[in-house]
Design a protein around this ligand. Structure first.
Ligand SMILES: [Fe+2]
Length: 449
């Protein structure tokens, strides 16, 4: 079924990267064993063979625009410092002092001239080179002959995002990201700023998070409130490297939803977002999505926005990409949602869900982000202030909005069941093709020597 190819038509008639067909990939019908979700040995091997061998999204470029700007990136048992060096290049170092192993940077973000260890005040340049050893004369020369610099890792930038890798021999970032890079680049994420950032601990393996966010099959059961305004049987593409995408048509009732005609309150909200008055809109629910696409094109022309480069589906729908292993990016012309499923340092039954909204500020009267994004009046949309990360612990409601809070309640239930002797491993439908592709990519890396 190629249903979703009806979902776009390109106004310009030019070749569009979104219309490039993904290669056909068949992973068969096998059922993986469930130990991947809870076994400590599996998690330890996964850290070495997957996380230590992959490119990982560390932070958006907007967090380190100026020399001295840094961001701390914590994942599993590791912590990294990502920094803009004096010469404008980006660097990444393990957040570890070579002296006694203390972590050097403790805040999530900041701007410094140099790094100074809180334990004995050894200092380091932005490039990680040692500047000063406190009371140097008390060290024997042979001790000072050892490497006194921070340990650096590979760090490269693409599509407005900074990636790091612990593998010094990994292929160049843009080479690896090539299947989806032109798609991501259309959104000019480098011109966006973080306007909201939340981090919550969930009682589930990190792959339980990846799985739940990579399918819309569960919407009718867990998020029935979405049925009136988004379709859940959607087009999926997968690419080598574990990448995948899915389009979720907005302002269109699910095919499971009985009333396909009425412009219900959810769709009314989306009409208003596009500047259409629902009171005067005469079409049916089936016609709202196209009306929104047209309204967005008209509005873009008024504000001088470069929306010609976007296909119709990119204007109205949620275009969601998986970046292997642990990130998902929801793309919209107005804003990008970066979700990361961060494995716990020691416990495979926990992960940290890190989510931030990157917004492109349009300084024009009357231009506001779509209401469904939930960016309230208190949110600074200008990008002038980088908001602090709002944290919640295990078992606390993460307050991420109704849909995500429903997921946070569900995932520990799935995790508990996955640990049962009675569970023999997942059985994936074609609606869950992205999950099968993700796990097949993971398994291939786990099988490597
Ligand atoms: Fe969900």
């Amino acid at each position: 079924m190629n249903y979703a190819y009806r979902l776009w038509n390109v106004h310009t008639g030019k070749a569009h990267p979104f219309n490039t067909a993904a290669p056909a990939i068949d992973h068969g019908t096998a059922r993986p064993t469930p130990d991947r979700y809870f076994d400590k040995d599996f998690a330890a091997a996964e850290w070495e063979k997957v996380f230590a061998k992959s490119w990982l999204i560390a932070c958006p470029v907007s967090d380190i625009r100026e020399p001295g700007d840094f961001a701390k990136f914590d994942i599993g048992p590791e912590s990294f410092i990502i920094v803009r060096d004096q010469d404008g290049s980006i660097k990444a170092h393990y957040n570890v002092c070579p002296h006694r192993g203390a972590q050097i940077v403790l805040s999530d973000h900041g701007s410094v001239g140099k790094f100074s260890c809180p334990f004995h005040s050894w200092s380091f340049g932005l490039d990680g080179q040692n500047i000063e050893v406190t009371d140097r004369e008390t060290f024997q020369p042979g001790v000072l002959c050892h490497d006194l610099n921070l340990t650096s890792v590979r760090c490269e930038e693409a599509a407005g995002l900074v990636f790091i890798s612990m593998d010094p021999d990994i292929q160049p970032l843009k080479e690896w990201l090539a299947p989806i890079l032109p798609h991501l680049e259309l959104y000019e994420i480098e011109k966006m700023n973080v306007v909201q950032h939340k981090r919550s601990d969930w009682g589930s393996n990190w792959k339980g998070g990846v799985d739940a966010f990579a399918e819309t099959y569960h919407l009718h059961a867990i998020h029935p409130q979405t049925q009136c305004l988004m379709d859940d049987r959607t087009h999926i593409d997968v690419w080598p490297g574990g990448f995948s995408r899915q389009f979720v048509p907005f302002a269109q009732p699910s095919r499971r939803f009985e009333d396909q005609e009425s412009v219900n309150p959810g769709i009314q909200m989306m009409l208003r977002d596009a500047g259409i008055d629902p009171e005067t809109f005469t079409g049916t629910a089936k016609e709202t999505r196209e009306a929104i696409q047209n309204a967005k094109r008209e509005r873009a022309a008024r504000y001088g926005l470069d929306y010609e480069k976007f296909s119709d589906t990119q204007l109205s729908d949620s275009c969601v990409y998986s970046v292997f292993p642990n990130a998902q990016i929801g793309l919209h012309p107005e804003a990008v949602f970066l979700h990361r499923f961060v494995p716990h340092a020691t416990d495979p039954n926990q992960f940290t869900y890190d989510t931030c909204i990157l917004y492109r500020n349009i300084d024009a009267p009357g231009f506001v982000p779509p209401a469904w994004m939930g960016l309230g009046a208190e949110v600074d949309l200008t990008g002038d202030t980088r908001p602090d990360i709002v944290r919640t612990g295990l078992g606390e409601p993460p307050e991420l909005g109704e849909v995500l809070d429903q997921d946070s309640e569900l995932l520990p239930i799935v995790q508990a069941g996955a640990r049962s002797r009675g569970f023999r491993g997942p059985l994936w439908s074609d609606q869950e093709a992205r999950l099968r592709h993700f796990h097949a990519t993971l398994d291939a890396m786990m099988a490597a020597d």
